[in-house]
Design a protein around this ligand. Structure first.
Ligand code: COS
Length: 382
């Protein structure tokens, strides 16, 4: 059920204040140390941020998709690494269980994911299976009351802190495509799971991605999510929703950068005037605002549709495609408006420029979103 207007505004204001007072002053340090301090994570837990999307009866805030989008937009008026800390519990790590879990599975895990006591991680991508997710080769072979898992997962967000994985693996190796894939809840402390070192990345320091290596890991059969062979569809459903979440991240970061660009243009003087008085600067600000507003509108429309129970596969792909490309252009214009100051580290703008590059790649590249949109159009979706 949706929050009443006053409670919703109160929640958004709380997140706004947290971002302004706690996260923004820490941005440079988090990037430098490639780590979000434990104290910050504790504050995020106390605010309920790990459980935004988890139903009330399992200890979460039970927000609608629209409400989650609004909160995430506010939370992303700072380095997106902060959002990444809660992102897998709110989104791709937990939602397979929220959508397809048994009551026993939900009782066991969701309260701990909602509180942030346990970190959830989504293990789909492999060295040989990125955009072509259905070609994954990790196997989960039934042996009595367990599935024996073998294989390597790659670029898995929050893997080094994870207490559980939502794992996609092939239960029927004779079937090569989507139909042989099943989903599992995998506790991270099962024997036979190894975690690689966090990758060195272009941006979003403080958010970690690692390999996860399964070697004869024995996963209890009652931790399978949904039916055998239904895992790929579960993953796609999770990603439909995840793409709305990432669109919110893009809108939030774009709004932050527009604010930075406006403030800088009103302060910086050249040719005897504030650069904000120059129409070529104004044009860049106007383009950024127009595109961010379009992305926000598209996102909220798709989130509302999602909240009525409609399939939003195409709309989520449109929103993610547009919002992630949009924030790349906004970051580029912001560097341009800052000029030399945008290129050096001290102002933090070049850091955002690097941070936003991944949005066009993860949870489906822009090219995958184009395929999904076209496929749905050609199927007759309006
Ligand atoms: N919701 C529910 N079911 C879906 C679905 C969705 N959004 N998308 C596909 N499916 C179903 C299809 O209906 C099909 O089922 P049937 O065989 O019963 O008809 C099955 O899943 C296979 O679908 P499809 O043939 O479209 O799969 P493809 O192998 O062609 O893959 C893409 C489609 C490319 C869209 C998919 O692999 C993808 O999204 N790749 C990107 C993966 C990604 O985002 N990775 C990021 C990792 S997480 S950071």
């Amino acid at each position: 059920m949706a929050l009443d207007a006053a409670t919703r505004e109160q929640l958004l204001e709380t997140v706004r204040r947290f971002v302004r007072e706690k996260c923004v002053p820490m941005e440079a340090m988090v990037a430098e140390d490639d780590c979000i301090p434990d104290g910050m994570l504790a504050e995020m837990r106390a605010l309920g941020l790990f459980g935004l999307s988890i139903p009330l009866e399992y200890g979460g805030l039970g927000l609608t998709m629209e409400e989650e989008a609004l909160v995430v937009i506010e939370l992303c008026h700072t380095s997106p690494a902060f959002r990444s800390a809660i992102g897998t519990n709110v989104g791709i790590g937990s939602q397979g269980m929220v959508m397809f879990g048994t009551d026993a599975q939900k009782q066991e895990w969701l309260p701990r994911l909602a509180s942030g006591e346990v970190i959830a991680s989504f293990a789909l991508t492999e060295p040989g299976a990125g955009s072509d997710a259905a070609s994954l080769r990790t196997t989960a072979i039934r042996d009595g009351e367990v599935y024996v898992v073998n294989g390597t997962k790659r670029y898995i967000t929050n893997a080094d802190r994870a207490g559980m994985f939502t794992l996609l693996a092939r239960t029927d190796p004779r079937k090569k495509g989507a139909s042989g894939i099943s989903a599992f809840i995998v506790p991270a402390d099962i024997k036979g799971i190894g975690i690689g070192k966090p990758e060195k990345k272009m941006g979003q320091q403080g958010a970690h991605i690692c390999d996860v290596i399964f070697e004869d890991a024995r996963v209890p059969a009652d931790l399978r999510l949904g039916e055998e062979g239904e895992g790929f569809k579960l993953a796609m459903r999770v990603l439909d929703r995840g793409r709305l979440h990432i669109s919110s991240v893009c809108v939030g970061v774009a709004e932050r950068l527009i604010g930075e660009a406006v403030a800088y243009a009103q302060d910086r003087e050249q040719f005897g005037r504030k650069i904000a008085e120059f129409q070529l600067i104004q044009a860049m600000l106007a383009d950024s605002k127009t595109e961010a507003y379009a992305a926000r509108s598209m996102l909220i429309d798709a989130a509302r549709k999602y909240d009525t129970g409609q399939s939003v596969t195409m709309e989520a792909a449109c929103a993610k495609y547009f919002a992630s490309e949009m924030v790349g252009r906004v970051a580029d214009r912001t560097v341009q408006i800052f000029g030399g100051a945008g290129y050096v580290a001290g102002y933090g703008i070049e850091r955002f420029y690097r941070d936003v590059r991944i949005f066009r790649i993860y949870e489906g590249t822009s090219q995958v979103q184009q395929l999904v949109i076209a496929k749905n159009l050609l199927k007759g979706c309006a």
